[in-house]
Design a protein around this ligand. Structure first.
Ligand code: PEP
Length: 270
């Protein structure tokens, strides 16, 4: 599975991030593709899509090993780069890990934190707290993923989301909230056949905002909320229009040049 995060577009600023709102796609390629040759081809398609549809900007989060070279090859302003995970410690004996500083040095301006697949490998809410804090300390924009595995009849999933948010934001100062994006990804919708209903996303977006406002007061309203889970060219526009969200985290579509192109076109006028 690969992931593509679509959010309302920001213009690129001098530090390689994407600035003010237009439409944004952040592509999380996960552990794909298997060769750098293929990664370059996928990146070419991504670049072309971004160049063709001016209302959309893209954050590409390839396997970390590809970031530096792809970043170095890119001269444009419409694509930024991210990593799919990074350790919270600044350096040390953490075999197989990369630090926020290393990610930044390679050219990443964004880091995905707490993706369902990382949580399934044992990442805890407390790990996400430390990672979000470390990302902010290194001037990398965290994309904090939250989402329930299943929905109970009593709305138990809201409690779980609240806990993920409260812990994830625990070390974030009020002045830094605008730097954190929240990707709501119900685990049951990831890699599924259909996305969540946009009206349900709308309800969840209100809940997420209310939770952040509960933590920070009105300033919490600035937080950007994304949706992820089985988004493609058929449902992206509807989700962006009715989901009360700033963007989308998209998986499989990011690893397929044709699907990616169709998706970007589909949200051209949203
Ligand atoms: C994901 O893995 O985060 C995801 C959204 O995947 P997909 O779009 O394939 O459901």
């Amino acid at each position: 599975m690969s992931s593509l995060l679509v959010v309302m577009v920001w213009n690129e600023s001098e530090n390689g991030t994407i600035g003010r709102m237009k439409s944004l796609l952040v592509a999380n390629w996960k552990m794909n593709p298997p060769t750098f040759k293929e990664a370059k081809k996928l990146f070419e398609a991504t670049k072309k899509a971004a160049d063709t549809v001016k209302s959309v900007s893209i954050v590409v989060a390839p396997p970390a090993i590809y970031v530096r070279e792809l970043r170095a090859s890119y001269r444009g302003k419409r694509i930024a780069f991210g990593v799919q995970n990074a350790h919270f410690e600044a350096k040390g004996s953490y075999t197989g890990e990369i630090s926020m500083a290393e990610a930044k040095d390679a050219g990443a301006a964004y880091v995905i934190i707490g993706h369902a697949e990382r949580r399934a490998m044992g990442e805890t809410n407390d790990d996400t707290r430390k990672k979000v804090a470390s990302a902010i300390a290194h001037s990398i924009f965290p994309v904090l993923c939250v989402g329930e595995k299943e929905r109970g009849h009593e709305g138990e999933h809201f409690d779980l989301i609240k806990e993920q948010l409260k812990t994830g934001f625990a070390d974030v100062l009020i002045a830094k909230i605008p730097r954190v994006m929240i990707a709501y990804e119900p685990v049951w919708a990831i890699g599924a056949e259909t996305a969540m209903n946009p009206r349900d996303m709308h309800e969840m977006a209100i809940f997420i905002r209310k939770t952040i406002v509960g933590l920070y007061g009105e300033k919490g309203m600035v937080v950007k909320i994304l949706y992820g889970g089985s988004i493609d060219e058929r449902n992206a526009s509807d989700m962006l229009t009715h989901g009360d969200i700033a963007g989308l985290l998209v998986g499989r579509a990011s690893a397929d040049p044709e699907k990616l192109t169709a998706l970007v076109r589909a949200i051209k006028n949203v």
